[in-house]
Design a protein around this ligand. Sequence first.
Ligand code: NAD
Length: 358
Amino acid sequence: MYDFTLTPIPARVVFRDGALADLPAEAEKLGTRFLIVCTLGRRGLAERAAELLGDRAAGIFDQATMHVPIETAEAARVEAKRLKADACLAIGGGSTTGLAKAVALELDMPILAVPTTYAGSEATSTWGLTEGGAKRTGKDPRVLPRAILYDPALTLGLPPDVSATSGMNAMAHCVEALYAPGGGPLTSLMAAEGIRALARALPGIVDDPEDREARHEALYGAWLAGMVMEAAGNALHHKLCHILGGAFNLPHAETHAIILPHATAYNAAAAPEAMRRIAAALGADDAATGLFELNRRLGILTALKDIGMPAEGIDQAVANAVKAGFWNPVPLEPQALRRLLANAYEGRPPEPHLASEA
Ligand code: NAD
């Protein structure tokens, strides 16, 4: 029997090759003076956006960086006030959108997002700020971008390795949405479709980063991923990655990609229908193994030890996870979590959670 609550995301979405050309028309609906935020690497693209915006471009802030350090957020807020900005344009990946959210959170201004990776942050009301080595996150409707321009042509330059890990980060949002507490029939349809689109597109991108059809499909999957994460929430995978990233400063998308098959295997017994849908969307016999094999096909590193995780960090991460006590379909058991992390640390294939480990 159905039992769900759904709040559709109130964001306007334009999705097509060349959607950036719609920037002036979309900006007109949201503000008169835009602060444009980007990473240093996307500066050229931000300048193109500024040209398109004309008088509506107040200035560019190009210091976006991973995990939104509070000092960067403060500097962007000061710049927004100095420029008398009344809206923010985020053009780039999750780090850029995250910085725009930090500005919007304090100055209460609308965000127009032009995503150029597969992070999915543009479709969520989740913000994050890093202060003194610890990342705080929260949800606030004011940070949800009011309009999103998805232009697959802008993703053609995203390097294949970044595309692969960023795409598996989006994949993780879809996988967890199939068993997360806020899910329902519509989010499950979108999540399964996101998995299908990403699983089809990512190998094509790794083989040929200029494959326009694959780029189109991957960005479409990323949009679905952001929406289902916002609506359905998440569980072990996301929380564990947050703990690992915060404690050991591991790279965001790589950590998500490595942990995903293991967290899926951990939860498999408690979510058989989700596993069936994940496997079917991947075109695999088994959900967790299919995700592990996809990581390998994409050339993604499969071991936490290869991305900076210290061996002695496993026990600390287990302790933090148990202490955090978040919701998960399978209870958080220290011994089973230790085995999950040991497998991920070594890059071994995922193993199912065994009830006898309790
Ligand atoms: P990112 O934004 O840090 O981008 C990675 C790198 O790719 C950057 O150097 C960037 O300049 C470059 N880049 C971006 N687009 C490019 C393009 N088209 N061509 C060439 N280079 C390009 O990485 P990300 O994975 O997009 O985002 C990760 C961050 O997003 C993390 O801080 C994470 O916590 C956050 N995030 C937040 C949410 C949320 O809902 N709040 C969701 C997912 C991720």
